[in-house]
Design a protein around this ligand. Structure first.
Ligand code: NAD
Length: 294
């Protein structure tokens, strides 16, 4: 089976390397030439357009920033749709709006092409280790056929429903993470301003009901003032934008998500869009005139 891979950024490059390691023949494309060269040196074939990737491959994986990029790659000029036909499959592993996934899937279906939306969580370290979590939307038989391919990049691959369901799960994940970071920020700033050492508060509460993966991953970074990404504020704003767009379409008020979105926007305006999302704490620190240190 020949696999196409489009989008060789922070996530796509290590994911495609893991496919090569697993023995798949690969054809790659990115608008940026540097990662294409790197993959070519490892044995991948390079293509000049998404159309060429689709013409040469049975399955095309996309790992792009957001909905407009996936739409452009699939249905824009020299897009996947021009090179694809019946029997081929697109697996979009980008985090995009679920409604966009459904639109793209129905465009592909008109040409007899199957699609899975299969966003991931885990970030760059797990992309490198091949231990991502993949949440998949799409037909059961297509999922089963593509399972071994996705498993070559992941520790867990779970089908959560039909087309768009993978991105609904991913956006739910991003709500939980954003609100956890906000709660952690409020708690640490509160403790610091009350004159109690945040590192001792963290040690005291992490084993109880307040403990969480977010608290363990992010509280030490905040106290050590390490704000390099990780997962950028700009990408979290993109995801919460997709959450709020979807919530308006389906009629679900999300007051907490909307509030955290506005604080992330404020952090971006302060020039921290490329910092890790735990830099949300700096918004709270400015409001309270206190810094969270060990
Ligand atoms: P990135 O910006 O590093 O990579 C995107 C790649 O797509 C770049 O190499 C870019 O050149 C390429 N690209 C953009 N437009 C293109 C086009 N029209 N044709 C071909 N290539 C094009 O982003 P990333 O961090 O790899 O994230 C990719 C997706 O994965 C996003 O949806 C993101 O939200 C999601 N994600 C990221 C992380 C993370 O920690 N970085 C974690 C989980 C999920």
């Amino acid at each position: 089976m020949k696999i196409g891979f489009i989008g060789l950024g922070i996530m796509g490059k290590p994911m495609s390397k893991n496919l090569l390691t697993a023995g798949y023949r690969l054809v790659v494309f990115d608008v940026n030439a540097a990662p294409m060269k790197e993959l070519s040196a490892l044995g991948a074939e390079t293509a000049a357009s998404p159309k060429e990737v689709a013409a040469k491959c049975d399955v095309v994986v996309t790992m792009l920033p957001n909905s407009p990029h996936v739409k452009a790659v699939v249905s824009g000029p020299r897009g996947v749709i021009e090179g694809a036909g019946p029997g081929k499959t697109v697996i979009d592993m980008s985090s995009i709006a679920p409604l966009a996934s459904r639109e793209i899937a129905s465009l592909l279906a008109e040409k007899g092409v199957e699609m899975l939306d299969a966003p991931v969580s885990g970030g760059e370290p797990k992309a490198i280790d091949g231990t991502l979590s993949v949440m998949v939307g799409g037909k059961k038989d297509v999922f089963e056929r593509c399972y071994p391919l996705m498993k070559a990049m992941a520790a867990s691959v779970v089908r959560v429903g039909d087309t768009g369901a993978g991105n609904v799960a991913k956006l739910a994940n991003q709500i939980v993470v954003a609100l956890n970071i906000a709660a952690m920020s409020e708690a640490l700033v509160f403790a610091a301003k009350a004159g109690v050492r945040p590192d001792l508060v963290y040690q005291a509460i992490r084993g109880g009901l307040a403990g969480s993966t977010v608290l363990d991953a992010k509280a030490p970074l905040v106290m050590d003032r390490k704000f390099s990404p990780g997962f950028r504020i700009n990408l979290h704003i993109k995801d919460l934008g997709n959450v709020l767009e979807t919530s308006r379409e389906i009629g679900v008020p999300l007051p907490m998500t909307a509030a955290v979105m506005e604080m992330m926007q404020a952090i971006k305006v302060d020039g921290l869009g490329d910092a890790d999302h735990c830099s949300l704490v700096r918004h709270y620190e400015r409001m309270a005139h206190i810094e969270v240190n060990r």
